[in-house]
Write a protein that binds this ligand. Structure first.
Ligand code: PLP
Length: 409
C-alpha cells in the first residue's frame, strides 16, 4: 500500500459513512434514458434532469443519431484539427445564425469550451472577474489560466449577482483588460443574472462580458435562444458559451462570438486541440433538436414556463423555501445535511428522484434538493412529487424549520 492508498482511505471517510448509513445519494445507475426511468427495477421520475424541453428521447432525435452512426460510426478517433466533418461545420454555421453571433465553435463538452476559452483569452494584461457562485468550469478555467507560466491573469470575485460589487472590482482592477464571467441562470440557485445592469457596467468600464448560458439555452427567450433574447439584449454580450448537455439532450460545448475571437480560441484552446472531436451522432442529434427549436421553439418554451410556474406556485403555497429562484430551476431548501439526505432517500423510495446538494457543493446551511422542472414532466408527476414533498417535508421538519434532534444509533 502506498501513500496514495492511505490518502484515498482517509479522504473517503465521509463517503464511507454516508454509504454505511444508506444515504449516499450519487451515481445511482439509471436503467433507461429520459426523465421516466428506473433504478434497480423501480420506476423513477427524475426531477434533477437538465433535459429541459424533454427532447432527449424524441424519436426524431434518436433517428438522426442512428443514421449518423451508420454513416460516421460513433467516433472519429482524433481531435477536430484532423477530424472535422461537414456535419460539424454546418451545425456551427446554423448555431451561429440561430443564436445571433458571427461564428460558433463546437467543443466536446461545455466544460472544455469554458476552460479553453478562458485560458486562450486571459494573460498578464487581464483581470478575470468572477461571480462568487460561478460554476466549476469557470473556476477551473480561471485557475488553469492563473497557473500558465508567463500569462497569470489577476483573479477577482464579486458578490453573487451584485452589480455594485462588480463595479467595485472593475474600478479597482490592476490590469487593463477585464473579462467578466457570469451565468445566464445559476444552476444550483435558479436565479437569472442581472444581465442588463451587468452589460451596462461592463460597457462603462470597458470590460468584455462572457455569459455561460448553459441553463438559459432552450429555456429563456421566446425562441429559447437564452438570457440575451429574454431581455431583448441580443448582440450586447460579445461571448456566449453554452452546451448540448441540457436542452440539446446530448453532450458538447458551444462557443459563440465574433469571428476573430472564436478563431483565436480555435487555434489556442488546448481543451479543443488535444481532445477528441464531438462524435457525429451527437452532432446529428443536436442538429435535429435545432430543427425542432426552429419549427416549434416558442411553443415548447411556453409549455416549459407554464409547468414551471405551476410547480413554483404550488411549492411556495405549501411553504417551501425556493431561495432566489425565478426560473424552472427551483431548489427546495432544507438547510441541513441530514434533512436533505433523508428527504432524498425517502423520495427515491417513493419513486421520485431529487438529488441533494450538500457541502462543499453549497455552503453549510444552504443544503437543498435539486428540483428542475422540464417540459417532459406530466401533471401527474408534479402532483406525486408535491404530495411526497409535503409528507416528507413535514416528517423531517423541513417545512417547520425545527431541528431534527440528535441522531440515534
Ligand atoms: C453553468 C454550467 N456551465 C457549464 C457546464 C458544463 O457543460 P457540459 O456538461 O457540457 O460540460 C454546466 C454543466 O454542468 C453548467 O451547469
Amino acid at each position: 500500500m502506498s501513500w496514495v492508498d492511505d490518502k484515498a482511505y482517509a479522504e473517503l471517510a465521509r463517503i464511507r459513512e454516508a454509504r454505511e448509513k444508506q444515504v449516499y445519494p450519487f451515481f445511482r445507475p439509471f436503467e433507461t434514458g429520459g426523465i421516466h426511468t428506473s433504478i434497480h427495477g423501480k420506476p423513477i421520475v427524475n426531477f434533477s434532469s437538465n433535459d429541459y424541453l424533454g427532447l432527449t428521447n424524441d424519436p426524431r432525435v434518436k433517428a438522426a443519431a442512428h443514421a449518423a452512426v451508420d454513416k460516421y460510426a460513433c467516433g472519429l478517433s482524433s481531435s477536430r484539427v484532423q477530424a472535422t466533418t461537414v456535419e460539424h461545420v454546418e451545425l456551427e454555421a446554423r448555431l451561429a445564425r440561430w443564436f445571433g453571433f458571427e461564428k460558433c465553435l463546437l467543443f466536446t463538452t461545455g466544460y472544455q469550451a469554458m476552460v479553453g476559452t478562458i485560458a486562450s483569452l486571459a494573460d498578464k494584461d487581464t483581470t478575470l472577474v468572477l461571480d462568487n457562485l460561478s460554476h466549476a468550469c469557470i473556476l477551473d478555467g480561471t485557475f488553469l489560466a492563473a497557473g500558465i507560466p508567463g500569462r497569470q491573469p489577476e483573479v477577482r470575485f464579486f458578490n453573487h449577482n451584485s452589480v455594485r460589487s462588480l463595479e467595485r472590482i472593475l474600478k479597482t482592477r490592476e490590469r487593463k483588460n477585464a473579462l467578466v464571467l457570469v451565468e445566464g441562470i445559476y444552476s444550483l440557485d435558479g436565479d437569472m443574472a442581472k444581465i442588463a445592469e451587468i452589460i451596462e457596467i461592463c460597457d462603462r468600464y470597458e470590460a468584455v462580458l462572457l455569459v455561460d448560458d448553459a441553463h438559459g439555452t432552450g429555456t429563456l427567450g421566446k425562441r429559447g435562444a437564452g438570457i440575451l433574447e429574454h431581455f431583448g439584449l441580443e448582440g450586447r454580450a460579445p461571448i456566449v458559451i453554452s452546451t448540448f448537455s441540457k436542452t440539446f439532450g446530448g453532450i458538447g460545448g458551444i462557443l459563440l462570438g465574433r469571428s476573430d475571437v472564436v478563431e483565436l480560441v480555435q487555434h489556442n484552446a488546448r481543451s479543443f486541440l488535444f481532445s477528441a472531436s464531438l462524435p457525429v451522432p451527437i452532432v446529428a442529434a443536436a442538429a435535429k433538436i435545432l430543427d425542432i427549436l426552429e419549427d416549434e421553439g416558442p411553443k415548447l418554451v411556453a409549455e416549459l414556463h407554464q409547468k414551471a410556474e405551476h410547480m413554483r406556485s404550488r411549492l411556495k403555497g405549501i411553504g417551501f423555501d425556493l431561495g432566489a429562484s425565478d426560473t424552472h430551476i427551483m431548489p427546495v431548501y432544507c438547510r441541513d445535511e441530514r434533512k436533505v439526505l433523508f428527504m432524498h432517500v425517502a423520495l427515491l423510495e417513493s419513486g421520485v428522484m431529487m438529488v441533494p446538494i450538500t457541502y462543499p457543493g453549497v455552503k453549510k446551511g444552504e443544503e437543498r434538493l435539486r428540483v428542475n422542472i422540464t417540459r417532459g414532466h406530466t401533471e401527474e408527476d408534479m402532483e406525486q412529487a408535491l404530495s411526497l414533498l409535503t409528507t416528507y417535508g413535514e416528517a423531517f421538519y423541513v417545512l417547520s424549520g425545527e431541528d431534527l434532534g440528535p441522531m440515534e444509533d
